[in-house]
Design a protein around this ligand. Structure first.
Ligand code: ADP
Length: 458
């Protein structure tokens, strides 16, 4: 239990509250005690002055009388006065019944000054007594003593009040801090619970937004983004697995069919050879397809680290055009290049960009009829470069355009032709890995144009 942040915070803050209020109490206590002490001394000094005056004016008998009256007014157990001669014999005194045996010790007698304050503890008195001893002109000693009981009562009242207040501060402060800490930690608890739900397989419930403080709200928001990303990845994974199961079964069934027919028929060696060639071709295509799937998954998950270098796009396009020249010539297709006069460099991965162009050109050649035209165009626009691959094939119907970049998607018109439906998905992943975008333009009748936008090195 003591390992929870909530409880630790409560303990630390309560301790801090306690220490701070204790410090404040001590400060005020010392201040009050000093003030009371000063007040007592002033009172004793004023009384002594009055008695000196009385002695001057009314003699020893008058002083004795004044001692009695003054002590009775204040309380004879709280205050005493007496006058001693040089030898310490008592000349006059107030009622000393509550003050037995006040010895005239050296510590009480002023030496180099006219008066001296002392604090003495008398037998029979719980609290100390403050005594002012004043040496008069004739050498006699006037003593005025005041019990510190009243001061102590004030301080005791203060101590009692503080103890109650201290207990209140500690308990109410502790409870308050506990609730604040619990509320602050509430968001963390929700995130923990959400993580638990994810671990149990539920990816549907995001953490609700609230008013739990900016840090917690940010944590919740980031957690929801992460949860959405995990859910998307899992959906994608399911789709990929379904697609793989569906699309790889076909070539395997074909391979099995060829083998079965050859076996069940009374085949000669040449037919066995033919079967082996078909099996090898189909297997190669299958392996190629599996490699593309893996590559796609790696690029999309960010696992395939693409080393980027400065790539000359004009050179890249020229090389691709040279490579496709024989194929296009065979089909009577014109390959039209429109390249800018100035150089054009991007930060890219050369082999990935070559595959990107090859996939687009493969499709263009596949769909362009004899005597058609394929245009490769490059335009530099501020911080971007626009690469377009256009053909005058049958075009792509609008309803298919959204789906052609999906894995394994193949348009209706191309079902009969060779292909895996992975080419454009790979192109899109490569473009994305280069911080670019790809779009397709086609009215569904007259040719298609694939437009790629990539950031250029300025
Ligand atoms: P594949 O070419 O193996 O079928 P792709 O991913 O390369 O797979 O293309 C997906 C689909 O997009 C194709 O089946 C086709 O319907 C459509 N497509 C791609 N390029 C063109 C194009 N140049 N002209 C017409 N349709 C195209």
């Amino acid at each position: 239990m003591f390992r929870t942040v909530c409880l630790r915070l409560t303990l630390w803050y309560t301790l801090l509250f306690g220490l701070l209020s204790l410090g404040a109490f001590l400060l005020v206590y010392v201040h009050i005690a000093n003030g009371l002490g000063r007040h007592t001394d002033d009172q004793l000094r004023a009384t002594a002055r009055e008695f000196i005056q009385t002695r001057k004016e009314r003699g020893l008998a008058g002083l004795q009388n004044e001692f009695i009256l003054e002590a009775a007014a204040t309380g004879k157990e709280r205050i005493f006065f007496r006058l001693l001669d040089q030898k310490g014999r008592q000349l006059a005194a107030s009622d000393l019944s509550s003050w037995p045996n006040i010895a005239v010790t050296a510590s009480l007698v002023p030496t180099d000054t006219d008066d001296r304050f002392s604090r003495i503890q008398l037998p029979g008195h719980r609290l100390p007594v403050r005594v002012l001893t004043t040496r008069l002109e004739d050498g006699s000693l006037l003593q005025t003593g005041l019990s510190l009981q009243e001061n102590d009562q004030v301080l005791e009242l203060y101590r009692e009040t503080f103890s109650t207040a201290f207990l209140l501060i500690i308990s109410l402060g502790g409870i308050g801090v506990y609730f604040i800490a619990r509320r602050a930690m509430g968001g963390v608890k929700e995130v923990t619970e959400a993580a638990g739900r994810i671990a149990a397989g539920d990816l549907e419930q995001p953490i609700s937004r609230g008013n739990r403080g900016e840090e917690i709200e940010n944590l919740a928001a980031m957690f929801n983004i992460m949860q959405k990303r995990v859910a998307d990845l899992i959906d994608e994974l399911k789709a990929v697995v379904n697609n793989i199961a569906h699309d790889l079964r076909m070539p395997i069934t074909r391979i099995r069919g060829v083998a079965e027919i050859t076996l069940t028929r009374d085949s000669d060696l040449s037919q066995y050879r033919e079967m082996a060639v078909t099996v090898i071709e189909e297997s190669d295509q299958l392996v190629g397809q599996i490699n593309t799937i893996l590559e796609l998954a790696e690029i999309d998950a960010g696992l395939k680290v693409m080393t980027l270098e400065k790539v000359n796009l004009i050179r890249l396009i020229q090389m691709a055009a040279e490579l496709y020249q024989p194929v296009t010539e065979d089909k009577g297709i014109i390959l039209n290049l429109q390249l800018p006069g100035e150089s054009c460099f991007i930060n890219g991965n050369l082999s990935a960009l070559q595959r990107l162009l090859a996939n687009l050109l493969d499709n263009a050649v596949k769909f362009t009829p004899t005597d058609g035209m394929i245009s490769l165009k490059l335009v530099v626009e501020n911080e971007h470069v626009l690469l377009s691959v256009a053909d005058n094939g049958p075009g792509i119907p609008p309803e298919e355009q959204k789906r052609i970049f999906d894995r394994f998607y193949r348009g209706d018109a191309s079902r009969s032709s060779l292909g895996s439906g992975l080419g454009l998905a790979l192109v899109k992943s490569i473009v994305r890995a280069h911080d670019g975008t790809i779009t397709v333009k086609s009215d569904g009748n007259n040719g298609s144009t694939f437009l790629i936008k990539l950031p250029v090195i300025i």
